[in-house]
Design a protein around this ligand. Structure first.
Ligand SMILES: C[S@@+](CC[C@H](N)C(=O)[O-])C[C@H]1O[C@@H](n2cnc3c(N)ncnc32)[C@H](O)[C@@H]1O
Length: 263
């Protein structure tokens, strides 16, 4: 059993933020060779369409409240297929090592004697705001950004007063707690009028951008659906100038971009 395990390999692959053109060349190559693909809920159908059509595709998306149980099942499945000597791809949204428990799976597989190859992906944390016209840094406006989770275990509450000193905040998994997060940031000294943006389903044809302010979010006035990236900072204001319609030869290029709805 141990000898078999040593011969097998699991590819821990980042699927990027949704648009299949944002897969890396390496990820596309590995997907074509995969025999088994265990994929997360955030992986788009268009990305899965790039894979070997004969590969067994297994959805292992997690539902709220079932995280632990599902994670155990994922580890068991990875081990099961790897020990059969199959080419296994563990496909995760964005980059597998950014809030995706990728490193936990990597560690587990190594402990079981399974070889792991990491194929990094384009993380939604930078790509989704960037493609929505919100650069995370800009000379004179923001010289630093932080990527934080808005979803913490109670015992491990995020310390927003510590993060509030960074000019641009990029919050993942923050939709459910957006009001409390905005209230905490205001309490920590951020201006209530500070602009914020939520980008839902970024880089896909269903992308929707909602612009608001910290105080409106704190008062429950922003209606947002998951998955979304929550950006706080003056850089949000750049979106208007960066995405204004141009009447130049760029028109042809903009037709190929996903439609963007602003509410
Ligand atoms: C568990 S984290 C995984 C992050 C992923 N590993 C990455 O690098 O992008 C899931 C969160 O990422 C964000 N997210 C991922 N893809 C997104 C997308 N296309 N549009 C908006 N938010 C996205 C959302 O905040 C979502 O709740």
């Amino acid at each position: 059993l141990i000898r078999n395990a040593k011969m097998s390999k699991v590819y821990l692959v980042g699927a990027g933020p949704g648009d299949p053109e944002l897969l890396t060349l390496k990820a596309a190559k590995v997907l074509k060779r995969a025999e088994v693909i265990l994929y997360d809920r955030l992986v788009s159908r268009q990305v899965l369409e790039q894979a070997n059509p004969w590969a067994e595709q297994i959805s292992v998306g997690k539902l709220c409240g079932q995280q632990q149980q599902t994670q155990q099942r994922i580890l068991a499945l990875l081990l099961h297929y790897a020990r059969q000597g199959k080419t296994v791809v563990r496909l995760k949204g964005g980059d597998p090592l950014v809030f995706g428990r990728g490193a936990e799976e990597w560690l587990f597989l190594r402990q079981q004697g399974i070889e792991v190859e990491i194929v990094v992906g384009i993380t939604s944390a930078t790509a989704v705001p960037g493609l929505a016209g919100i650069p995370l840094t800009f000379r004179g406006l923001s010289s630093a950004f932080v990527v934080a989770t808005g979803h913490c275990q109670d015992a491990d509450e995020q310390d927003w007063s510590r993060l509030a000193s960074v000019e641009t905040l990029v919050i993942l998994m923050g939709v459910g707690r957006r009001e409390a997060i905005a209230q905490s940031l205001i309490a920590a000294g951020r201006a209530p009028k500070e602009p914020v943006a939520f980008i839902e389903r970024g880089t896909t044809s269903e992308e929707r951008v909602v612009l608001s302010t910290l105080s409106d979010v704190a008062q429950g006035k922003a209606m947002i659906e998951c998955p979304a990236i929550f950006v706080v900072g003056e850089v949000v204001k750049l979106r208007e100038s960066l995405t204004a319609e141009t009447i130049s030869s760029n028109a042809e290029m903009t037709q190929h971009r996903p439609s963007r709805v602003l509410s």
